[in-house]
Design a protein around this ligand. Structure first.
Ligand SMILES: Cc1ncc(COP(=O)(O)O)c(C=O)c1O
Length: 358
């Protein structure tokens, strides 16, 4: 008889994995998920609700959500046929990898980085080549990435990188595009905070795929929306692995309206960049912690104490951050999202108290 236990039915690669999950903590100051602390204005939310009220909820969305794709094409200047939308950019990471990876295929991944790439690739039974960042300053190892890209079907770069905040400059991205044997998947989840994008490179490099999310700068994490830009020939293939009707009518309406009125977000983004630089400067004054330069809406810090101890001491004071010490190279490290000015001050004060504690 067939063995119906997990060891009998689930692929060994999957059984060996730890699920991507996050324990839920309540806290006054929530700095653990790189969300935008500035809520969208109430009148914008009302406009979304009005638009959705005028649509039938009992009917499926359009098979291809043309209106939002047209809006994104106008916003980015990229071709409509080269744009796909997803229920969060995570879904598009999965779609891209599922059409490119499988047994006998290989992906190159810098480490440490966003955990989902390796998790998905392993689920798909692909070989994962890890290229470690420079542990001193968390910069990318360009030579190592070039070597790995020459023999991989996909190279993924989170730019700027989560959880280190590191930015790869455009000339290095171009070098990788020229050397890569396969696709270069550039995850630009935090690009608004780096003021740099690979979007202009799409014109010249057919092996480039750019991913964006509305969960960070665009303040829509709760609604789940992301999009992909690529050569239309590539987009057509990825489309085959995307689930039908993957984005609901509520999210489609919100994404359209947020792009149309994106000026409302400019001030929030500018203030998060300003706060990131202020918090970095403040942390640099504290000899007990090392702070890595960041081009995102979070900072990575390394302390003399075990990360769990510091995490607990901050949490006891109502400040929730992310313990990233289990990532490769990140022993004693915490990732702290940039919040509102008052929240960042509370974090700094709580950190000082936590560091004083014996
Ligand atoms: C690098 C990176 N990519 C993608 C995502 C997921 O984005 P989404 O909420 O659009 O699925 C995150 C979220 O933390 C991220 O850090």
């Amino acid at each position: 008889m067939q063995d119906l236990s997990p060891s009998g039915v689930v692929k060994p690669e999957v059984r060996g994995l730890t699920a991507y999950t996050l324990k839920h903590f309540e806290a006054d100051v929530k700095l653990d998920q790189n969300e935008n602390p500035h809520e969208l204005p109430a009148d914008l939310k009302r406009a979304v609700v009005e638009r959705v009220l005028s649509r039938p909820w009992g009917r499926y969305p359009e098979f291809v959500p043309t209106a939002v794709i047209k809006t994104l094409a106008k916003f980015t200047g990229w071709k409509e046929e080269g744009i796909l939308v997803g229920n969060g950019s995570n879904e598009l990471i999965q779609a891209v990898l599922s059409v490119t990876l499988g047994p006998g295929r290989r992906i190159a991944v810098p480490q440490p980085t966003f955990t989902l790439y390796k998790l998905m690739a392993t689920t798909l039974q692909s070989e994962v080549v890890e290229v470690f960042l420079n542990p001193e300053n968390m910069t990318f190892d360009l030579d190592g990435l070039i070597q790995a890209a020459r023999t991989s079907d996909v190279l993924v770069i989170c730019n700027p990188n989560n959880p280190t905040g590191t930015l790869m400059q455009t000339d290095a991205v171009v070098t990788l595009l020229k050397n890569a044997r396969g696709l270069v998947l550039l995850d630009e989840a935090y690009h608004e905070f780096s003021e740099q994008s690979a979007r202009p490179l799409l014109e010249k490099h057919r092996n480039l795929v750019v991913l964006r999310t509305f969960s960070k700068a665009m303040a829509m994490a709760g609604l789940r929306f992301g999009y992909m830009m690529a050569d239309p020939d590539i987009a057509r293939e990825v489309y085959k692995a995307k689930l039908p009707y993957n984005v609901n009518i509520f999210t489609l309406a919100a994404a359209e309206i947020v792009v149309e009125r994106r000026a409302v977000l400019s001030e929030a983004i500018t203030s998060l960049i300003r706060e990131r630089d202020r918090v970095t400067g403040e942390l640099q004054k504290r000899p007990a912690v090392k702070v890595f330069p960041s081009k995102t809406n979070f900072v990575l810090i390394k302390a003399g104490k075990p990360a769990r101890e510091l995490f607990d001491a901050l949490y006891a004071q109502g400040v929730l951050v992310r313990d990233v010490s289990a990532y490769p190279l990140l022993d004693r490290c915490l990732r702290v999202s940039i919040g509102l000015l008052e929240e960042n001050d509370r974090f700094l004060k709580a950190l000082d108290r936590a560091l004083e504690k014996k």
